[in-house]
Design a protein. Structure first.
Length: 251
């Protein structure tokens, strides 16, 4: 089963115009240089940088994504951005359900499913994030939590073509800590089983499941070599061209 590796950078709330454009250009240049056909590259800058990042990556195979969207197409939603708007300005992807949004904005599985469905209908691909907290892991609930999140936040219209899952243990995000490779593989394999239950075996076999949470050049090789890990969603290390590309090179 060939699943193309996806190396995705989640810039979060980082980057002003000048350094954001420089980062996007730097990634695009390197992506052109390595010219890989077995690996896709995606950057997800903040909304404010999407238009300039799009210009900066023009002509390279680097793809553009946003970090969140509303579920409505338009209307009275002050401060929100719709999937149609993201598609209109050239995004191919949008991240939904990141744990920072689940926590800081109290986003429920139901809301995330609505966002994902709207994004897919607008022609975007979605990266749906799931993952347990440290307390949940300590209580042995990791697989249960991930199962509930998948069942609740992956919409019925998801397929292997329009949806990517990112497993991001909350306690590993930005902390420098990661689960062991055996633990990551165990969760990814379990996630694939749940996807099979929800969307059928064919979709499950083809759907990419990324690992996220303190992925860096030094641990990427081991993580990306796992049979059910199909790429990475990278936060901190995606803000440096060399680190981002070193992670890709490890795949
Ligand atoms: P990190 O973040 O790589 O900085 O841990 C990953 C993410 O939250 O997507």
């Amino acid at each position: 089963m060939v699943r193309k590796t996806l190396i995705a950078g989640n810039w979060k709330m980082n980057g002003l115009l000048e350094d954001g454009v420089a980062l996007a250009k730097g990634v695009a240049q390197e992506v052109k240089k390595v010219g890989r056909k077995d690996c896709e590259f995606l950057i997800c800058p903040p909304f404010t940088l999407l238009t300039s990042a799009k210009k900066a990556i023009k002509g390279s195979k680097t793809m553009l994504g946003a970090q969140d969207c509303h579920f409505a197409e338009k209307g009275a939603h002050t401060g929100d951005v719709s999937p149609v708007m993201l598609k209109d300005l050239g995004c191919q992807y949008v991240i939904v359900g990141h744990s920072e949004r689940r926590t800081n904005h109290h986003e429920s599985n139901e809301l995330i499913a609505k966002k994902a469905e709207a994004a897919i209908k607008a022609g975007l691909k979605v990266i749906i994030c799931i993952g347990e907290t440290e307390a949940e892991r300590d209580a042995g609930k990791t697989i249960n939590v991930c199962t509930t999140q998948i069942m609740g936040s992956v919409p019925e219209c998801s397929t292997a073509q329009n949806t990517v899952i990112a497993y991001e243990p909350v306690w590993a995000i930005g902390t420098g800590r990661t689960p062991t490779t055996a633990e990551v593989q165990e969760v990814h394999a379990a996630i694939r089983k749940v996807i099979a239950k929800k969307l059928g075996r064919a979709n499950a076999n083809k759907m990419r499941i990324l690992y996220g949470g303190s992925m860096k050049p030094s641990n990427a090789k081991d993580l990306l070599a796992l049979p059910d890990v199909d790429g990475g969603l990278i936060g901190g290390a995606s803000l440096k061209v060399a680190d981002f590309m070193a992670i890709a090179a490890a795949s």
